[in-house]
Design a protein around this ligand. Structure first.
Ligand SMILES: NC(=O)C1=CN([C@@H]2O[C@H](COP(=O)(O)OP(=O)(O)OC[C@H]3O[C@@H](n4cnc5c(N)ncnc54)[C@H](O)[C@@H]3O)[C@@H](O)[C@H]2O)[C@H](O)CC1
Ligand SMILES: [K+]
Length: 513
């Protein structure tokens, strides 16, 4: 499903009207009817609904919803934000249709006590004040109404398209925003539904078709972003051939595990096995080999020279073995060490394999800009999996700068490094070198646990090792990782990273069935 900006939505809207020949009021009728249907689905028995309508098309959707509720026996109380003469023509049609049955009161600061009484008596409050057309700080009356709405705890708050106060493209909330229980949006989700803090004001996001001409019939622009979805699994479902020999499903080499951080590399290895790779070898500094061998059962344990951390020249050992492996994952518990720059340079130059770089591998690349051209020069796929802090170092930005511009920074780094960037967080983003972007809708607080990133590294490496092309392997692994996080429940205090790991095959079975 596409993920759109307000401008892309407006253009797709316009395309349907101008090229598709569908009048705008038809779209508005569809949108408002969808809102009413979602309300009635949640409260089948007619109740009392307060409709707060702005003078734009968002308000128009609200007047349509009001009419459908009214026709189905609801008591509707209508409040207009803004002057009647300012109402856009399409919305005016439905505004007048409503006002034939129910008086519409204009809301200004003197009316707030009456409005507050209505809000307190309501079963449902429909926020049709501002949608994708909002600009800048909320005007005073709207801000006062938002405050009143948020102070009511009885009614279910349903936002039309977006909660008033949430920026459609960035999820930013300049002054304040309506705290919605449900947001009904139209045709495609907007970025603001999935970026903080806006996403925290949306409640449950429902996407309803309203009959826009699809890009497949020529509608432009074709959005550059989509929601990650499990469709990929049907295309590449990882069928188990019972007679395959263990090499059929690839061989992943995981490099990391400095002293005190062996768990990271062990978890990455275990997750890789659960993601279906045939063989996993874990390589740690020589001093840690025995300790790791005692910890893991399935993975083969190797070591390169190093006491506690890798010695500077240790990666030279890689030179003799690239043929044995089909993918490489570097970073889980890697640590920092003397000679790391030359070590990483050798790896980037010699590792002619799909490569996942995580944790301190990202930090090493962030600290030595001379390494970045080596990333671009690689022939095989390179995937970075930074959390916001590691991304901030890679982009030389404060973390706040990353979190406020997630799609932008992820796309910029993907293009700069010609690599796939997995920017982890509440709704992980996957950015590709060509500017495309996927937002992953699965995940939960369980993923915030230390070690969850090690699992993801192993999972991506596992699919790469099985020969799944990187631009499919990454979304597939991120989707399963998030769904496994959901499956292991929301009690993040009790969730162990191993629980996440055990959920991986269960999630895959559900997807592949
Ligand atoms: N294909 C679709 O997505 C469809 C969307 N529809 C709805 O249309 C709105 C967008 O409508 P638009 O007229 O462009 O803007 P809004 O109604 O969201 O807002 C404009 C309205 O708000 C006032 N305003 C703007 N900024 C502020 C502010 N900072 N403070 C206070 N008031 C502000 C402005 O004066 C106007 O009155 C979209 O969200 C959908 O809900 C179509 O109806 C169906 C197709
Ligand atoms: K709204």
């Amino acid at each position: 499903m596409y993920l759109v900006t307000a401008e892309e939505m407006r253009m797709l809207d316009r395309y349907t009207i101008t090229k598709g020949g569908i009048p705008g009021i038809i779209l508005m009728e569809q949108a408002g009817k969808a809102v009413a249907e979602e309300i009635m689905a949640r409260q089948p028995s007619p109740g009392r609904a307060v409709i707060l309508g702005g003078t734009g098309h968002n308000g128009g959707d609200g007047w349509v919803a009001a009419r459908h509720l009214l026709y189905r026996g609801w008591t509707v109380l209508l409040w207009r934000l803004g002057k009647e003469e300012k109402i856009v023509p399409d919305a005016k049609v439905f505004y007048e249709a409503c006002s034939r049955h129910v008086p519409v009161r204009g809301c200004d600061s003197t009316q707030l006590p009456e409005l507050e009484r209505d809000l307190r008596s309501a079963d449902v409050i429909v926020d049709a004040m501002l949608g994708t057309g909002a600009k800048g700080e909320l005007r005073q009356t709207v801000a006062e109404v938002v405050t009143l709405v948020n102070a009511v705890d009885r009614a279910r708050v349903v936002a039309v398209d977006l909660p008033t106060g949430v920026d459609a493209d960035t999820g930013a909330v300049s002054t304040m925003a309506v705290k919605a229980d449900v947001t009904v949006t139209f045709q495609y989700p907007k970025w603001g539904h999935y970026l903080r803090p806006g996403t925290d004001f949306c409640g449950e996001v429902i996407v309803r078709e309203i009959g826009l001409t699809p890009p497949s019939l020529g509608a432009t622009p074709v959005p550059r972003a989509r929601l990650n979805d499990p469709e990929l699994w049907h295309e590449y479902c990882v069928r188990r051939d019972p007679w395959a020999h263990k090499g059929t499903y690839g061989h992943l080499l995981v490099i990391g595990g400095a002293r005190g951080m062996l768990g990271a590399v062990a978890m990455a290895g275990e997750a890789a096995y659960r993601m279906g790779t045939g063989l996993v070898t874990l390589t740690v500094p020589e001093s840690e080999r025995l300790a790791l061998a005692a910890k893991v059962t399935q993975a083969m344990v190797w070591s390169w020279p190093g006491d506690g951390v890798f010695a500077a020249g240790s990666v030279a050992a890689f030179r003799e073995t690239p043929r044995r492996f089909s993918a490489l994952a570097v970073g889980p518990g890697l640590g920092r060490f003397a000679g790391e720059e030359a070590w990483m340079a050798q790896l980037l130059e010699q590792a002619d394999l799909p490569l996942v770089l995580d944790a301190d591998a990202c930090n090493i690349l962030a600290d030595y800009s001379g390494l970045l051209p080596l990333v671009r020069a690689r022939k095989q796929a390179t995937i970075f999996t930074p959390h916001p802090g590691e991304m901030a170092r890679l982009m030389r930005l404060p973390v706040k700068g990353v979190e406020e511009n997630r799609p932008l920074v992820a796309r910029k780094l993907a293009e700069r490094l010609q690599a796939i960037i997995v920017l982890k967080g509440r709704y992980t983003l996957i950015a590709f070198p060509d500017g495309r972007c996927l937002l992953n809708p699965t995940g939960g607080p369980a993923l915030a646990k230390a070690g969850s990133g090690d699992l993801l590294t192993g999972m991506i490496g596992a699919l790469l090792a099985q020969g799944v092309p990187a631009e499919k392997a990454v979304p597939m692994a991120v989707f399963v990782h998030g769904r496994a996080g959901e499956m292991t429940g929301m009690q993040e205090h009790s969730v162990m990273v191993t629980d996440l790991c055990q959920a991986i095959p269960v999630v895959i079975d559900q997807l592949v069935d």
